[in-house]
Design a protein around this ligand. Structure first.
Ligand code: ADP
Ligand code: MG
Length: 304
C-alpha cells in the first residue's frame, strides 16, 4: 500500500532527524507563520563554560573578608549539583576541573527561569539570576554589584549571583557559543515564513542583544519567566499568528504548550520539554527545523 502523504512525511522527517509525534503535527508544522526561539540550549550550544568567578567583599566570616574563589565555587556547585540546567552543569563541571570536593547539599529546590536554592554545610545557598529591575526602582543609584553585573552582561555573559544566608557573596559569569548553522537556519525560516524569528529568553537583555548582533532576528524579549514566554506566544496567537516555538528547557514547557506547534531539542532538551513538544529534533541541528516545515508544506500539497 502507498502511505498517505503526511505519514510518509513523518517517516521522511525521521530520516532527517526529526521525531514528529503524529500526522496531525506533521500537517500543522506547515501552517506556521511565526517562529519564536529560546536562547540558552536552543540558539546556543547549551554547554556554557564558567568565564569568571568573583567573590564579593563582606561575604566572608565575621571579619568581612571575601570567600576564596574555590570556596565560592564549591558552595555554588554543591547547590547546583542536582539541577539539569546548562548553567548548573557548567558550574559543577568547573568545580570538578578545579579538583574541588563538593559537599552534599540538602533541601534542594529549583525555580525554572530563576535559579536554585539548597542547604550547603548549614548555609542556605542560592544561585540565581540577578534581581530583575523592578519598575519602582528607577532613579536610585545602582550599586557596585549592579554595575559589575551589567558590565559582565554587556560582554555577552550570563551572570548569576550567589547568595549565602541572604548575603550576596559572589558573581559567576558564564559564556555560551552560538550553534553552528544557527544563522543559516534562521535565514531559512525567514524565507519560509516571510519574517525573521523572534528570541524569547530568560537571560538578561544585554547578553541577548549581543547574540542578536550575530544572527538576524525580528525581535528580542529578554528577562522572561517561563509563564512570560507562554504569554508572549499567546499574544502572538491572539493577533492571528501561528507560532512555532523551539526550546529545550523546563522553562520552555509553558511556551511549547501554548504554541501552535512546539519543537524541542532532543539532546539538550529536558524531559519535560521533550514530552510537551509536538516534535523533537534528535541531534539538535537547527537546520532540521526549516527542513521539517518544508517537508510538511510539500506533503500538504499532496493531500486532497
Ligand atoms: P533561557 O530562556 O535563556 O533558556 P532560563 O529561563 O532557563 O534561560 O533561565 C533564565 C535565567 O535564570 C538564566 O539566565 C539564569 O540567570 C537564571 N537561572 C535559571 N536556572 C538557573 C540555575 N540552575 N542556576 C543559576 N541560574 C539559573
Ligand atoms: Mg533554554
Amino acid at each position: 500500500a502507498t502511505m498517505p502523504p503526511l505519514l510518509s512525511a513523518v517517516a521522511n522527517a525521521g530520516r532527517h532527524g526529526v521525531l514528529v509525534k503524529s500526522a496531525v503535527v506533521m500537517e500543522r508544522l506547515g501552517g506556521i507563520d511565526t517562529v519564536a526561539l529560546d536562547k540558552t540550549g536552543t540558539l546556543t550550544e547549551g554547554t556554557p563554560y564558567l568565564a569568571a568567578v568573583h567573590p564579593l567583599p563582606d561575604g566572608g566570616p565575621a571579619d568581612g573578608a571575601p570567600l576564596t574563589e574555590d570556596a565560592l565555587l564549591t558552595a555554588a556547585a554543591a547547590a547546583e549539583h542536582r539541577s539539569e540546567h546548562p548553567l548548573a552543569r557548567a558550574i559543577v563541571r568547573a568545580a570538578r576541573e578545579r579538583g574541588l570536593d563538593l559537599p552534599v547539599a540538602e533541601d534542594f529546590t529549583s525555580t525554572p527561569g530563576t535559579g536554585v536554592t539548597a542547604t550547603v554545610q548549614g548555609h542556605t545557598v542560592t544561585v540565581a539570576a540577578p534581581p530583575r529591575p523592578s519598575p519602582g526602582a528607577q532613579g536610585s543609584a545602582p550599586s557596585q554589584l549592579a554595575l559589575h553585573t551589567r558590565e559582565l552582561e554587556e560582554g555577552g555573559h550570563t551572570v548569576v549571583h550567589v547568595r549565602r544566608d541572604g548575603v550576596t557573596v559572589g558573581v559567576l559569569a558564564l559564556a555560551d557559543r552560538i550553534r553552528p548553522g544557527a544563522a543559516a537556519a534562521l535565514a531559512a525560516l525567514r524565507t519560509l515564513t516571510g519574517s525573521a524569528p523572534l528570541l524569547l529568553t530568560g537571560d538578561n537583555p544585554r547578553a541577548a542583544a549581543r547574540l542578536a548582533d550575530e544572527v538576524a532576528l525580528a525581535g528580542v524579549r529578554a528577562g522572561l519567566l517561563p509563564q512570560d514566554k507562554a504569554a508572549a506566544v499567546r499574544e502572538l496567537a491572539h493577533t492571528g499568528r501561528k507560532v512555532l516555538v523551539v526550546g529545550d528547557g523546563v522553562n520552555d514547557a509553558p511556551a511549547l504548550a501554548a504554541a501552535h506547534t512546539g519543537i524541542a531539542m532532543g539532546q539538550a532538551g529536558s524531559d519535560l520539554a521533550l514530552e510537551t513538544a509536538d516534535a523533537v529534533i534528535v541531534r539538535d541541528e537547527l537546520a532540521t527545523v526549516p527542513a521539517v516545515v518544508a517537508l510538511s508544506r510539500a506533503a500538504r500539497r499532496l493531500v486532497v
